[in-house]
Design a protein around this ligand. Structure first.
Ligand SMILES: NC(=O)c1ccc[n+]([C@@H]2O[C@H](COP(=O)([O-])OP(=O)(O)OC[C@H]3O[C@@H](n4cnc5c(N)ncnc54)[C@H](OP(=O)(O)O)[C@@H]3O)[C@@H](O)[C@H]2O)c1
Length: 321
C-alpha cells in the first residue's frame, strides 16, 4: 500500500471540511484545500502544512491540475438547497463522477467521498436521490480507485447548520411549529466525523465500502428543538405539526429569500436518519454525545451559566427569557 502524504480536500472550507483539514494538519499530512473563495478559508491558511487554492471545480483541466501528484482526495462538496447553477445534479452527481474520473486519470489512488445517510435512488427527496447517484458513481470506480463513501446522519458542532439554526429560531419565536416532529435523527459530532475520515485514509478495510455514520443516541426532531430551548434557557411552546401543515410550512419557507427549509428537506425527513454505525472500527473510545458539547457552543455554557439556566427554568431567578 502506498503511504499517503499529500491530500487534496475539495469543499474543505466548510463546516465539516474545516474540522477534517485541522485534523489532517495535526496528523502531519500536507493538505491542499480547493475552494471558490480563498477569502472564506482564512481560518485554514495559518494551519501548518495547509495550502488553500482557488479553483473552478467545474473546469476539468483546472481540477486535474490540482489533483495531479496528490496521494488522496476528499470530496465534501454538497448543498441542502438548490439555487441558480448550484444544482444537486451538478454538485452531488456530476462532480463526484468527474472527481473519480480525474483521480483515475491523474494516478490518485485514494478517494474519500461524503454521501448522506439514507441516500437512495428511490427516495422522494431529490437531495437523497442525488446523493445516492453520486455514491454510485464513485463506487463504480472501485476497481481502479480505493474508494470509501461516508454516509452521516446530521452532524453537530460549533458552526453547524442544524442546531445553530434551531437556536436562532428559538431565540426569537415564543411558539414554534415543528414540521415532521417525529422524524428521527442520530446526530454525530463533527470532530468524530473528522476523526473517522482521518482514520479511514490508510485503513484498507474501508476500501470499496459505503459506511453509515451516526452518533450515540437517537432523537426526534421535536426533542432536538426542546433540547436547544432548554440549553438556551428559553421557555417556548413547541408544537408538532401534522403532515398537511408541515407541507404548507415548508412551502411557505421555501419562498423566502433565506431558505430555512424546503419541501425537499421535508421529504428527506420521511425516512428516519438512523443507522447501525460500525464506528468501533475507527474508535477506541465512545462517541461524543450532544449533551456533552452542544451547551458550550450554543449557549457559551460554563458551569455557572448552566446553574443559572436550571434556576431560571425552575422559576427561581429573574434572568431574561
Ligand atoms: N452538515 C451535516 O449535517 C451533513 C450531514 C450529512 C451529510 N453532509 C455532507 O457533508 C458535506 C459537507 O457538509 P458541510 O455541512 O460541511 O457543508 P458546508 O459547510 O456548506 O460546506 C460545503 C462545501 O461545499 C462547497 N460548495 C458549496 N456549494 C458549492 C458550489 N456551488 N460550487 C462549488 N463548491 C460548493 C463549499 O466550498 P467553497 O465555499 O470553499 O468553495 C463548502 O466548503 C456535504 O457533502 C454535505 O452534503 C453534511
Amino acid at each position: 500500500m502506498q503511504r499517503i502524504r499529500q491530500i487534496c480536500v475539495i469543499g474543505g472550507s466548510g463546516f465539516v471540511g474545516s474540522a477534517i483539514v485541522q485534523k489532517l494538519s495535526t496528523a502531519g499530512y500536507d493538505v491542499k484545500v480547493i475552494t471558490r473563495r480563498r477569502e472564506s478559508s482564512k481560518h485554514l491558511i495559518l494551519l501548518p502544512n495547509v495550502q488553500v487554492v482557488e479553483c473552478d471545480i467545474f473546469n476539468d483541466t483546472a481540477l486535474a491540475g490540482h489533483l495531479h501528484g496528490q496521494d488522496a482526495v476528499i470530496n465534501l462538496v454538497g448543498i441542502l438547497h438548490e439555487s441558480g447553477d448550484a444544482s444537486f445534479e451538478a454538485l452531488h452527481v456530476e462532480l463526484p463522477r468527474r472527481v473519480a474520473d480525474i483521480c483515475c486519470k491523474q494516478g490518485v489512488s485514494r478517494l474519500l467521498h461524503m454521501g448522506a445517510l439514507k441516500a437512495d435512488a428511490n427516495a422522494r427527496s431529490a437531495y437523497l436521490r442525488s446523493k445516492a447517484a453520486g455514491e454510485e458513481a464513485v463506487l463504480k470506480r472501485a476497481n481502479e480507485l480505493q474508494v470509501t463513501v461516508f454516509r452521516p446522519s446530521v452532524i453537530f458542532g460549533r458552526g453547524d447548520h442544524f442546531l445553530s439554526l434551531f437556536a436562532s429560531v428559538v431565540k426569537v419565536l415564543p411558539v414554534i411549529g415543528v414540521a415532521k416532529p417525529n422524524a428521527r435523527f442520530q446526530p454525530i459530532w463533527v470532530e468524530d466525523v473528522a476523526q473517522v475520515f482521518v482514520s479511514a485514509l490508510e485503513n484498507v478495510s474501508t476500501y470499496g465500502r459505503s459506511i453509515d455514520l451516526g452518533g450515540p443516541q437517537v432523537y426526534t426532531l421535536k426533542q432536538l428543538i426542546e433540547f436547544v430551548a432548554f440549553i438556551l434557557g428559553k421557555k417556548r411552546r413547541i408544537v408538532g405539526l401534522n403532515d398537511k401543515l408541515s407541507y404548507y410550512q415548508a412551502y411557505a419557507l421555501e419562498l423566502m429569500p433565506f431558505k430555512l427549509m424546503t419541501r425537499d428537506n421535508l421529504f428527506s425527513m420521511e425516512v428516519d436518519s438512523v443507522c447501525n454505525c460500525p464506528i468501533a472500527e475507527f474508535f477506541g473510545h465512545p462517541l461524543t454525545t450532544l449533551e456533552a458539547v452542544a451547551p458550550e457552543y450554543l449557549a457559551g455554557d460554563t458551569p455557572r451559566s448552566a446553574y443559572d439556566r436550571f434556576r431560571s427554568l425552575a422559576g427561581r431567578s429573574f434572568s431574561k427569557r
